[in-house]
Design a protein around this ligand. Structure first.
Ligand SMILES: NC(=O)c1ccc[n+]([C@@H]2O[C@H](COP(=O)([O-])OP(=O)(O)OC[C@H]3O[C@@H](n4cnc5c(N)ncnc54)[C@H](OP(=O)(O)O)[C@@H]3O)[C@@H](O)[C@H]2O)c1
Length: 295
């Protein structure tokens, strides 16, 4: 019999891919976007899980506006932390496994190696604190929660969301004649959403719980990532390297937040593909989505 899975935050970049991949693997899937179930509504979450008799619950809903969170930390905490408590309590009631996603921003960026799961956390701002609190809530109420930290997520779904993603931002900027300035002194692990979805479901199918890092296969500065994007589509805008001193943002971010996938690989999952290959996959799917939206 197929396993019963639910996905909250199903209209986001990762949510779309989780639903697609779960369906492909013959899970019985129920999914809700924010307009259908708002995860800050504990009663709605409880009812959704009880009605569907879920066995595994994926939470891909999140408040991801890192800079805006400095002005409205309550909103970030409500969605990224307190709503995860709602989910954890509801999962406990129906004995379902919670699969929750967190961020490389729980670290302060002072490490000299890609971050492993055992590294100490030290969030630098309101968004990061709220995400770390979400991890703790997931683990506080459940013995078998799976928490996956990821980084710089980009997926074709970002073409249709208000927030978008870094790839779409770069393509929009390239349409204007102005030079594009991107920070070169911040390094992360840009992660392709379909591969993140697929590796996470691999962990679920193999009955893993606990904390795992799943980042893209190539740690990269945002400047280098921008260059790879333009190379992939054959654009040559004026791209200039800048740094955090010149490009100030309301939120502090870790300068170095590459994630090590060593634990994921040790338990037998395939390595994540290179950033170049991930971008090729992204652009192979993107035109189909763009034309689908026009029709
Ligand atoms: N994107 C990144 O660069 C990044 C980096 C590190 C970690 N992560 C983590 O990876 C996970 C997936 O991120 P993503 O890139 O897929 O984000 P995304 O594209 O921004 O999607 C998030 C989804 O959550 C929904 N949502 C927000 N508040 C909600 C609520 N109260 N109830 C139900 N749904 C709600 C949003 O709906 P609305 O659009 O209507 O608000 C959106 O559809 C998140 O846990 C995120 O924190 C992401």
């Amino acid at each position: 019999m197929s396993r019963r899975a639910v996905v909250f935050g199903a209209a986001g970049q990762l949510g779309i891919e989780l639903v697609r991949e779960l369906q492909q693997r013959r899970f019985a899937v129920m999914s809700w976007d924010r307009t259908q179930v708002d995860i800050t509504d504990a009663t709605a979450v409880q009812k959704a899980l009880a009605d569907f008799d879920a066995e595994v619950v994926f939470n891909s809903a999140a408040y991801n506006q890192v800079d805006v969170a400095e002005k409205e930390p309550q909103a970030a905490f409500q969605i990224n932390a307190l709503a995860v408590r709602n989910l954890a309590l509801a999962c406990r009631q129906v004995d379902a496994q919670l699969v929750h996603f967190s961020t490389d921003y729980v670290f302060d960026g002072t490490a000299r190696h890609p971050y492993v799961e055992e590294d100490p956390t030290h969030p630098l701002g309101a968004y990061a604190v709220s995400k770390l609190a979400g991890e703790l809530y997931a683990q506080a109420y459940l013995d078998r929660a799976l928490v996956v930290r990821t980084s710089g997520v980009f997926g074709p779904g970002g073409l249709a969301t208000a927030r978008g993603n870094f790839v779409e931002l770069m393509l929009r900027l390239a349409a204007s004649p102005n030079p594009i300035r991107v920070v070169e002194d911040h390094v992360a692990s840009p992660t392709y959403a379909p591969q993140l979805a697929s590796r996470t479901i691999d962990l679920v199918e193999r009955n893993f719980s606990g904390l795992f890092h799943i980042g893209g296969g190539t740690p990269s500065s945002w400047f280098h990532f921008a260059r790879l994007i333009f190379d992939a589509v054959g654009l040559q805008p004026v791209l200039l390297a800048t740094n955090e001193r010149e490009y100030r943002t309301p939120a502090r971010r870790p300068k170095y937040s590459a994630l090590s996938n060593a634990k994921m690989e040790r338990v037998g999952l395939d390595p994540m593909p290179s950033l170049k290959d991930a971008l090729a996959s992204y652009f192979a799917r993107r035109p189909a989505l763009a034309s689908a939206r026009k029709s």
